[in-house]
Design a protein around this ligand. Structure first.
Ligand SMILES: [Zn+2]
Length: 303
């Protein structure tokens, strides 16, 4: 045993706060360390010009990026009534008030109708800054109405997800929104109207398990976290180490869970291409689909 023991205190680490939402004049890219002037970042749609890291983008910026010009917003006044009178570390009502003050929104989604490259479209964009973009009764109702408006006006639907999943402060009522939105999307499908789902960082929980994965085309942004349960929970359950890049867009694309991974700077043209294609296909008569393994008159092949 040593006579003297020097207890070395570790140098105090500077408070490392990972800022994903750019603030102030300059912002440091969390991926490559590049210091970027905020105005330059706005010009590149919040994508790092050096390494193409995608910063998180708010719902209003999403709409600005997607629409050609002005849009009409719907149901902006809907607010949660706190149906369970829920309290965890603080009352849910207080959380709502704080989020409303911080974001200027009444809940975690903006629903609007506008034009994408001249195609009138019903768009819902989720806001992660509002209680983690969680889906409660208001988000469920607003998205359902956005789909129903598309049905009435025969418009395509685009939903941009950015969410931690269902809102636990509204319990089973928030889980019911999964079925409600999925049922509305089924009606949209029967009406032969296209739905493009855009999955951004992060899209998890009940949102992934319902409408985010139900697109006619599912498009994700690069390196977005997309999953149902978190990696720690999965590792504990299956008792296996998860592979590199697990639950990231590129990994999911490789395994057939997504149709495309698209850089944000290419996103608008990609969406408008898909919409144009889907609208043209829906206009064709259904009989144009050939019968597999048969001759044109429907009889069995001869040779
Ligand atoms: Zn970077």
């Amino acid at each position: 045993m040593a006579w003297f023991k020097r207890v070395r205190k570790p140098l105090e680490q500077a408070a490392k706060k990972e800022s994903r939402v750019p603030e102030g004049l300059w912002v440091k890219c969390p991926s490559c360390g590049e210091v970027i002037y905020n105005k330059d970042l706005a010009a590149t749609l919040s994508v790092c010009p050096k390494c193409a890291h995608h910063f998180r983008l708010g719902a209003a910026d999403r709409l600005r990026m997607l629409f050609d010009g002005a849009w009409e917003e719907y149901d902006s006044g809907l607010q949660s009534t706190d149906p369970l009178n829920f309290t965890d570390t603080k009352p849910y009502r207080k959380r709502l008030e704080a989020s409303i003050a911080a974001t200027g929104l009444n809940d975690a989604v903006i629903c609007a109708i506008g034009e994408i490259d001249g195609i009138e479209t019903s768009v819902a964009a989720m806001e992660y800054a509002f209680i983690g973009g969680s889906m409660g009764v208001v988000v469920g109702e607003k998205i359902t109405r956005a789909i129903e408006r598309a049905l009435d006006g025969r418009l395509p639907v685009v939903i941009i997800s950015s969410s931690g999943g269902a809102r636990m402060m509204e319990g089973a009522l928030s889980l019911m929104q999964m079925a409600k939105i999925a049922a509305a999307l089924a009606r949209l499908d029967r009406a032969r109207l296209p739905y493009v789902s855009v999955l951004t960082d992060p899209t998890t929980g009940g949102v992934t398990a319902s409408f985010a994965m139900l697109g006619d085309v599912n498009i994700a942004e690069p390196k977005a976290l997309i999953g149902f349960a978190g990696p720690r929970v999965i590792e504990q359950t299956i008792r296996q180490k998860l592979p590199e890049g697990f639950q990231r867009s590129e990994f999911l694309l490789e395994r057939g869970m997504l149709d495309m991974v698209v850089d944000r700077r290419e996103l608008k043209p990609a969406i408008s291409r898909v919409l144009r294609f889907a609208i043209a296909r829906a206009a064709e008569p259904e009989a144009a689909v050939p019968v597999a393994m048969g001759t044109p008159d429907g009889s069995a092949p001869q040779s």
